[in-house]
Design a protein around this ligand. Structure first.
Ligand code: C5P
Length: 394
């Protein structure tokens, strides 16, 4: 397959220096990148350094794009799979909102028929100004997607929103937008991740140690393959992966309802650590301490989301995968789970070794053909393996 092509428009601003690292990362990810520097960007980055890193000619207003030896702006903007503006200055955002075409960068943004991703960077007050926020809202309506800006110290000495996202985050957004291979283009995936929270009263509840990292890694990986990914997530402290739609829930019942509202789907991956039980009644007032030395809470069973999706009569996804976190007799439990839940595969992992909350996971996949150890010992490796497995199963 041909490598994906990125047209990178670099706006002027102190953050422009980060575009060099971004060019390097895009190339490293196996994509081609063609760079356009605005006049102001050339104050911060030289065409020579951008050309050296991209391995291609760099375009500036100095090139005459109507010259036959040069590529016309229409061609330049359409030969890309994605147009990325990083840093997107307040000025470039305003021009794009208005459809102005008075320099090469704005002309390309007006002439393109390809998706556009902007990574804004500007002073915090410029970002919060009503004009910029109006432009942001309009650009979103026009279909432009955004990564950042981030909060932090700014070159101008102020603190707040306006920093350019790190090149790694921009790359992730690029991959989320166009996909690595597009192998899952047009496929819908629903993933559950994180813990559930079962309320006892308005302030207390029962939860577990799941960090959500495994489910989030799978969501990110499948989005990169071009799938439409919906991540139904319990309460976790993780950013939403690029290109993923996240639905936040708390209880198992909420998670069950949110998953069912997203069906039909082609693929379901149940990674969440769903509470098997919930308090029969959640008090409406905060419970007071009493003189009693003991307290009894009655629990009722939660619905099993994985089993319900696997056994859905009208809308069973083509591929249904569950997880089994165990502290012992891993293989026996996994076999029993595969049979009772009716899913296509179970990823069994041993959680007695500090898996929860860490980047590590060592796991085995069980399906009808038996056990396959998953190579590598990270949550990313499990995500990579599943992305491959799902493509073969479809
Ligand atoms: O039965 P157990 O909880 O060990 O099964 C784990 C698998 O089942 C995981 O994939 C988990 O996401 C899913 N599950 C579920 N709904 C429940 C309990 C577990 O989807 N109520």
């Amino acid at each position: 397959m041909d490598p994906k092509r990125i047209l990178l428009i670099v706006g002027g601003g102190i953050a422009a220096y980060k575009s060099l690292e971004l060019i390097r990362l895009i190339k490293k990810a196996g994509m081609d990148v063609r760079v356009v520097l605005t006049r102001a960007a050339q104050e911060f980055v030289t065409p020579l350094s951008a050309a050296a890193l991209s391995g291609d000619k760099v375009y500036t207003d100095l090139f005459d794009l109507t010259d036959e030896t040069e590529m016309g702006h229409i061609m330049l903007s359409r030969q890309a799979d994605l147009v990325v503006v990083a840093p997107a200055t307040a000025d470039l955002m305003a021009k794009a909102t208005q459809g102005m075409a008075n320099d090469l960068a704005s002309t390309l943004l007006l002439a393109t028929d390809k998706p556009v991703l902007m990574a804004p960077a500007m002073n915090v007050r410029m970002w919060h100004h009503a004009a910029t926020q109006r432009n942001l809202a309009q650009l979103k309506v026009d279909g432009v997607s955004f990564v950042g800006p981030e909060e932090g110290d700014m070159a101008c000495g102020e603190f707040g929103l306006g920093r350019l996202s790190e090149p790694e985050a921009i790359l992730a957004a690029i991959l989320g937008r166009i996909g690595h291979s597009g192998a899952l283009n047009g496929r819908k995936v629903v993933i559950t991740a994180g813990p559930t929270f079962e309320p006892l009263d308005p302030v207390r509840g029962l939860t577990n140690r799941s960090s959500g990292r495994q489910g989030y890694a799978i969501a990110e990986r499948l989005a990169r393959e071009g799938a439409e990914v919906v991540l139904v997530s319990g309460p976790v402290a993780l950013p939403t992966p690029p290109g993923v739609r996240r639905v936040d829930v708390e209880s198992a019942q909420d998670m069950f309802d949110a998953v069912h509202a997203e069906l039909p789907a082609d693929i379901f991956v149940g990674v969440a650590a769903v509470a098997d039980w919930r308090p029969k009644e959640a008090a409406t007032e905060k419970q007071k301490k009493t003189a009693e030395p003991e307290m009894t809470v009655t629990f009722v069973k939660n619905p099993d989301i994985l089993e319900a999706v696997s056994k859905h009569l009208e809308m069973r996804p083509r591929v249904v995968i569950g997880f089994a976190a165990e502290t012992g007799s891993l293989e026996d439990y996994a076999k029993a789970k595969l049979a009772s839940k009716g899913c296509d595969a179970i990823v069994a992992n041993n959680v007695s070794e500090g898996v929860f909350g860490s980047a590590h996971n060592s796991a085995t996949l069980l399906d009808l053909s038996g056990f396959t150890p998953i190579p590598g010992d990270t949550k990313t490796a499990v995500a990579d393996f599943l992305a491959d497995y799902i493509q073969k199963k479809l």
